[in-house]
Every structure is written in C-alpha cells, then in structure tokens.
Design a protein around this ligand. Structure first.
Ligand code: PTJ
Length: 267
C-alpha cells in the first residue's frame, strides 16, 4: 500500500514499512517489531519531534565522537532497517568502523546487514568475525572484534537493552545511545543518551558534526597546523559541557509530561 504524504502519521507509517521490509530482507528480527512498538509509544507521547534535551545530548555526543581516538558505531537489525544510510554517512564523517552486533544473532543476518551497509557505501564493516567477548555478558551481544568495539574508546550503541551498555562502561568506554525510552536501562547507564527516534537523532548528529568540523577547520587555519582540538580528554570534555546524563533524562521526562498536560488542558 502506498501511504499518501498527506497522512497525519506519514513518517511513522513509513518507519513501520521500513521495518517490515527489514524482516522480509532477513535483516531485522521479528522481536524488532515489538521493540519498535515500545519506541513508537514514547515517540507518540513526545509528539514525534526532537526534544530540546535531545538536542543538548546530541551536541555532547557529537563532541565525544569528534574527540574519540577509536570510535565505533554498533548496528543491530532495527538500526539497519531504519537508518543504515545515516549510519554509513556518520561512519564516513568521523572515520569510524561500523560493527554488526546482534542480540538474536544468526550468521545469516550478520552477513545480510554487512552487505546492506556496504551497498550503502560503508568502507569498514566489522562483526562477522568476532574474536573477543565483552566481559560480564553471557549472550551473543558479548561477541566483539578487537579491531572494533572491544578496543573502542567511544561506542555509539543505539536501540538496545542495558546490559551491554553497562558492561561497556565497566570496561572504561564512553557509550552514546539513541533510545526513545528515557527510562530504559541503556538510557540510564549510557554516558550520553539521546532520547529521540533513531533517524531524526542521526540526522541531527550528522549536521552538528559537520558544523563542528567546519568550526574546527577554521580554528586550525587561524592557529596554524600545530593546533589540536584533542588537547583535553573525554572526561574533561564532559565537564566542559557541564553535562549530566541523568539530569538530561529528567529534563526529557519533564518535556514529555509538560506536553501531555498541556494537551489535555487545551482540549
Ligand atoms: O537485531 P537484534 O537481534 O540485535 O535485536 C534488536 C532489538 C531492538 C530487537 C533488541 O536490541 C531489543 O530487544 O531491544 P529492546 O530491549 O527492546 O530495546 C530497544 C529500545 O529501543 C527500547 O527502549 C525502545 O524504546 C527503543 N526504540 C525502539 N524503536 C526506536 C527506539 N529508539 C529510537 N528510535 C526508534 N525508532
């Protein structure tokens, strides 16, 4: 069925189509539909738009990714179906490998996701030959590559449950997540949580990184080639932004509640 652009929930219905296509292409797991339903419910509550708190988290996430020495972008079946193009653009922009990491892992699905990312133009996709494990996790999501997630200093891990996020943090990494649910374990454990839809969040992240890059280049031109913006570490960067993830999650919940109360009041 072709969805008319005039439909009030056009974007949301298109996203559902993408996930169904992901399942038909052997990329997304059936469980992915349920996970999406939970995300959609939160998106509905926030008015299917980007919150101020998400924009703030995006700024910090962009800075973390630009400062990282070994950033890696993790891709699962939902992310591949909904935002493979944006993940590939981001990967090229910051020169970070993509790593396929699945909860309901099958080698066939890993292969298909890798092929999809490569068709979208990805130069460096890992995950089909894991050679290490994230300590403290007993399921397939523990599988990692030394070249990628295992050795990364910053991992972008969108749309997943909290145990890997917690384990990656315990390894000393910074974790950025994108999750519509501000209450999820991943949102609460991550270093920076962007409470937004994956596609909207990635588009914003790409645009903020492009702007920061331009500013960095201008500064380099002004200060000469010896200038390095990597002159402080990642913790110092978070302090410089005065960023507190839990406070930002509370701000997200407040924004949602304020919108909902306003909506009832106005009807
Ligand atoms: O492909 P696999 O096997 O690795 O499995 C992927 C899923 C997503 C099925 C798996 O990671 C899973 O079960 O995840 P959870 O525990 O359901 O968590 C997914 C989180 O993503 C939930 O907190 C949802 O609210 C959130 N979410 C769902 N859709 C979106 C989303 N966040 C941002 N954008 C979305 N479109």
């Amino acid at each position: 069925m072709k969805i008319p652009k005039s439909h009030p929930r056009y974007e949301s219905l298109k996203r559902r189509d993408k996930l169904v296509a992901g399942i038909e292409a052997g990329i997304t797991s059936l469980h992915g539909l349920i996970a999406h339903g939970r995300g959609e419910a939160f998106d509905y509550l926030m008015g299917e738009r980007t919150l101020e708190s998400a924009l703030r988290a995006t700024e910090v996430a962009a800075a973390l990714l630009l400062m990282a020495k070994r950033p890696v972008l993790s891709v699962n079946g939902n992310v591949a179906a909904l935002a493979s193009k944006e993940m590939v653009i981001l990967s090229g922009l910051i020169n970070a490998p993509l790593e396929v990491n699945l909860f309901h892992r099958t080698e066939e699905r890993v292969k298909r996701i890798k092929e999809l990312l490569e068709r979208e133009g990805a130069k460096h996709v890992l995950g089909d030959k894991p050679d290490s494990r994230i300590p403290g996790i007993e399921h397939a999501r523990a599988l990692a590559t030394r070249e990628g997630i295992y050795s990364a200093d910053v991992v972008l891990a969108p749309l997943e449950d909290g145990d890997r996020c917690e384990a990656l943090i315990a390894m000393g990494k910074k974790v950025i997540t994108i999750d519509l649910n501000p209450l999820s374990r991943t949102s609460r454990y991550a270093t920076v949580s962007i409470v937004d839809d994956i596609e909207r969040a990635l588009r914003n992240l790409i645009s903020v990184i492009e702007t920061k890059r331009e500013e960095q280049q201008q500064r380099q031109q002004q200060h000469g080639h010896g200038y390095s913006s990597n002159s402080f570490n990642l913790d110092a960067l978070l302090r410089a932004y005065d960023y507190d993830n839990k406070a930002n999650l509370k701000a997200a919940i407040k924004e949602i509640a304020t919108r909902l109360i306003g909506k009832i009041g106005n009807e």
